[in-house]
Design a protein around this ligand. Structure first.
Ligand SMILES: Nc1nc2c(ncn2[C@@H]2O[C@H](COP(=O)(O)OP(=O)(O)O)[C@@H](O)[C@H]2O)c(=O)[nH]1
Ligand SMILES: [Mg+2]
Length: 316
């Protein structure tokens, strides 16, 4: 029988947390009579995480593992997890025990009973460093709200629930795991909700995302804007600016030519305006061609979702 719930957990070097985490999830699922599967994706860990996963999955068939040959990043891991997930409801959570498995039943209800396509967790009370995490995250979320029109407080929360349809219809790649609610909205899912979730301090190991968030956060903001609007149609972006520049330049040159031909202005090339027009036409053509090329490239890139999987357990 197909499981009710798939838990998709991507991880990097979380050997200490894994046994406790899976025990806790199993306990919650058993108590609620859920048929469940736990899909652990080891994204090139250098500690003994994979051995731990092998051990756990040998004792419990519902625990499944995917091991990447190297570190591809969280989006890649989630992509593979989503592809493998069979449950009616798919729930992602962090592996470090910061997300609380006790939230699973309510998230499940929100998808199955209340009809949400997706529910995003909101770590209202957050146990992370203020300066390196909480503040940049507020800024990121503010802009993401502006850009997407989605009223969520915590776009990047690891704890999220989806109906199966959502995970099979969105493509998480690059660094897109931060924008999954936006991807879902773009894919046509409308009922996207939020649930305040409990958050804990990290118990073992240390955070893998550090201060580089300041910079990445800013770049993410740029790409989030760009991607939501133009990823599939780069031509709309480059083409628009290119055309404005091209036709602006053309007008300038036309004006100068008319002046020369009909009003006897002598030297066209000694006038500053000539260079502006000249430049604008060339610049516009360049942008236009860039847009065209980008369009072709984005259409033909087929292997952006190819990841080398080393081994799989309890999965075909
Ligand atoms: N697939 C994958 N997961 C990662 C990577 N880095 C961290 N994670 C996992 O993502 C989750 C959150 O990471 P964490 O370091 O706790 O980030 P923080 O909670 O924002 O400080 C944990 O389950 C990590 O094991 C990575 O490079 N690839
Ligand atoms: Mg964490």
């Amino acid at each position: 029988m197909a499981p009710n719930i798939s838990l998709v957990i991507s991880l990097l070097n979380e050997e200490e947390s894994l046994p406790e985490l899976t025990d806790w999830i199993v306990k919650v699922c058993d108590k609620n009579n859920f048929m469940y599967e736990i899909i652990l994706i080891d994204d090139g860990s250098t500690d003994t995480s994979w051995d731990v996963i092998k051990k756990i999955s040998s004792e419990n068939n519902n625990v499944k593992g995917i091991k990447f040959m190297k570190n591809y990043g969280k989006s890649a891991a989630i992509y593979e997890g989503f592809a493998a997930a069979k449950g009616d409801v798919v729930i992602t959570m962090d592996a470090d025990l910061q997300d609380n498995p006790e939230e699973i039943p309510e998230l499940y209800e929100m998808i199955m009973k209340d009809g949400f396509d997706m529910v995003s967790g909101w770590k209202k009370k957050r146990y992370d460093p203020i300066l390196s995490k909480n503040l940049p995250s507020k800024l990121f979320n503010f802009t993401a709200r502006m850009v997407s029109g989605l009223k969520l407080h915590d776009f990047n929360c690891g704890l999220k629930a989806y109906s199966n349809k959502v995970v099979k219809n969105i493509e998480v790649y690059g660094e897109m795991h931060r924008y999954i609610p936006i991807l879902a909205k773009r894919a046509g899912f409308k009922k996207i909700g939020e649930k305040i979730v409990k958050h804990q301090e990290r118990k073992y190991g240390k955070s893998k995302f550090g201060l580089e968030r300041f910079i990445n956060g800013f770049l993410d903001l740029l790409s989030i804007t760009f991607i939501t609007r133009f990823a599939k149609r780069p031509m709309h972006f480059f083409g628009t600016i290119g055309s404005i520049s091209f036709f602006g330049g053309l007008l300038i040159l036309l004006y100068l030519s008319i002046e020369k031909i009909f009003f006897g202005q002598h030297s066209m090339t000694s006038r500053p305006l000539f260079f502006l027009g000249f430049l604008a036409v060339i610049f516009g053509t360049q942008l236009f061609l860039t847009g065209l090329l980008a369009d072709l490239v984005s259409r033909t890139s087929q292997d952006r979702n190819k990841y080398n999987v080393d081994e799989k357990i309890n999965l075909k």
